[in-house]
Design a protein around this ligand. Sequence first.
Ligand SMILES: Cc1cc2nc3c(=O)[nH]c(=O)nc-3n(C[C@H](O)[C@H](O)[C@H](O)COP(=O)(O)OP(=O)(O)OC[C@H]3O[C@@H](n4cnc5c(N)ncnc54)[C@H](O)[C@@H]3O)c2cc1C
Length: 400
Amino acid sequence: MSSLPILIAGGGIGGLAAACGLARKGHRVMVVEQSAKLGEIGAGIQIGPNAFHCFDYLGVGDAMRAEAVYIDALRLMDAQTAEDITAIPLDDPFRRFYGNPYAVVHRADLHGVLLRACVDSPLVELRTGQRVTGYTQDGTSVSLQVDGGAAIRGRLLIAADGLRSPIRAQMVGDGPPRVSGHTTYRSVIPVARMPEDLRWNAATLWAGPKCHIVHYPLKGGAVFNLVVTYHRDVTEAIAGRPVPKEEVAQGFEHIHPKARQVIEHGENWRLWVLCDREPISNWVDGRVALLGDAAHPMLQYFAQGACMAMEDAVALADCMTPDGADPEPALQRYQQMRRVRTARVQMNSRLIGEYIYHPDDAKAAVRNEIMRGMSPEDWYRQLDWLYGSNGLAAGMSDVA
Ligand SMILES: Cc1cc2nc3c(=O)[nH]c(=O)nc-3n(C[C@H](O)[C@H](O)[C@H](O)COP(=O)(O)OP(=O)(O)OC[C@H]3O[C@@H](n4cnc5c(N)ncnc54)[C@H](O)[C@@H]3O)c2cc1C
């Protein structure tokens, strides 16, 4: 095996998961991150059983299970009428069916578990404060160009540098991401600020015309994660801009007061304008491959972007031979394994946004009628293709 490391551009959830997976396979890895400090934004994230299958593969399953908050249900409410439409119970039958739980976790805690695994591995080197700009390759190695520094040579390059990946721009050249125009506002508040009648141990989705509200507990129930989304047809891609509460509240006059309370109780709101891309068929160029949002950015409506990045990491590690022989065919196998599944989740994320999160009138009535009639077992079967796998093999679930 060449003595050069495998380079990973980006130290987010996808990049660190890839580093864990490759190191467990015996490969030397160098992560190159632009930020001065490795970390994640202060917000929550939902993680399905498929992500837990990945944590197990990556050797951090127990550490992640210790950080997670185990909610009782995924609850769907009608934001206009405050009707309880349906709930997917996340109890023992759910866990038995999929072999792992559904949970929520603070992003920093998830990222922290992966980071500890990387720091503890003698095979992982973490470099911060270095912005990658592009690559060249010669058939036996890759040179990663870094802003203001000497190029770094590696055996392979995995680009986990997110939505605006410069590596993707060079490889695929499909321009900036598609701006959906949907604005998402996020806030994390102490439990004492959360209205008592909404302190549910559930990931709750209030679905309304062209808008929705999500809330769930984090940090053992000490805080609540709030997410408020509205179609404002914004054309500029914005990430994490602080905004006043008045902006968040605009356009929610038609929502039931019980749901609207969430907006009133939030503080320190930040704004994201959601972006995604069309699925693509090729994200490998010789010794360079994309991973996570760099490869298949999606809208948040399936709560699967990070889960897919971790599945990518598992697939990548699985495709690499322990001696690192024939890395180019290994990257082709990785892409082949991931292409259809990630495209399916990208496309479903848009559809779910339109038909479950944001429909109006007749479409909302159809949603309510279909979903009211679904039993837990119906949900298990509907979601088995997704939650029953770590992306390597279908049918990991223990079908009841
Ligand atoms: C509102 C919202 C809610 C979401 N909720 C969920 C959810 O509940 N569940 C879920 O699974 N997913 C969710 N997602 C999606 C999830 O956040 C992303 O899919 C996931 O973070 C992607 O991880 P990544 O590592 O591929 O990219 P990123 O998290 O974007 O990480 C990229 C890393 O690369 C670094 N980087 C970027 N450019 C460079 C460069 N030029 N040089 C060096 N480093 C660079 C960045 O600093 C960063 O550290 C949500 C997304 C949004 C917007």
